[in-house]
Design a protein around this ligand. Structure first.
Ligand code: NI
Length: 159
């Protein structure tokens, strides 16, 4: 496994649409393993492939404190949402910045695993927020595009 460089700020790759994964091969497994290591090293809760410069529909997530809830989502799609939550969001690609974003409280996702099998996931609270945030990355969308009305990005040290 290897740590990959995270693309930040105005890197144009963050604004591109990622292509579906069609081959579940060693190249994909290396990408997934590297993304997992990069996620844990960075201390984030989610990472999407375009953030490491790969325009493929691949996301890794672990919102747990003890790193016990690792999920790999390949070709993910949101299949249902319920409720709403308003809270603070950050992104490894926008270091040091935060903003207030309203997202659904419950999100259901279907995605393939590394064997290509379709699986269903349900997230509530932070996990639901993370599903939405990471899937947006696959379409070139950043949370700063979705700030609540009247909100703007802020730096942690000005909180
Ligand atoms: Ni992000």
């Amino acid at each position: 496994m290897a740590i990959r460089n995270i693309r930040v700020d105005d890197d144009p790759i963050l604004r591109k649409t990622s292509r579906p994964v069609t081959e579940f091969n060693d190249r994909l497994f290396v990408l997934l393993d590297d993304m997992k290591e990069t996620l844990y090293k960075s201390g984030g809760v989610g990472l999407a492939a375009p953030q490491v410069g790969v325009l493929r529909r691949v996301v890794v997530i672990d919102v747990s404190e003890d790193r016990s809830d690792y999920i790999e989502l390949i070709n993910p799609e949101i299949t249902g949402v319920e409720g709403s939550q308003t809270g603070t969001e950050g992104c490894l690609s926008l270091p040091g910045l935060y903003g207030t974003v309203t997202r659904p409280m419950v999100v259901k996702v279907k995605a393939q695993n590394r064997e290509g099998k379709w699986c269903l996931y349900k997230g509530e609270g932070l996990k639901a927020r993370c599903f939405c945030h990471e899937l947006d990355h696959l379409d070139g969308i950043l949370y700063k595009d979705k700030l609540d009305e009247g909100e703007c990005l802020y730096r942690a040290d000005t909180e």
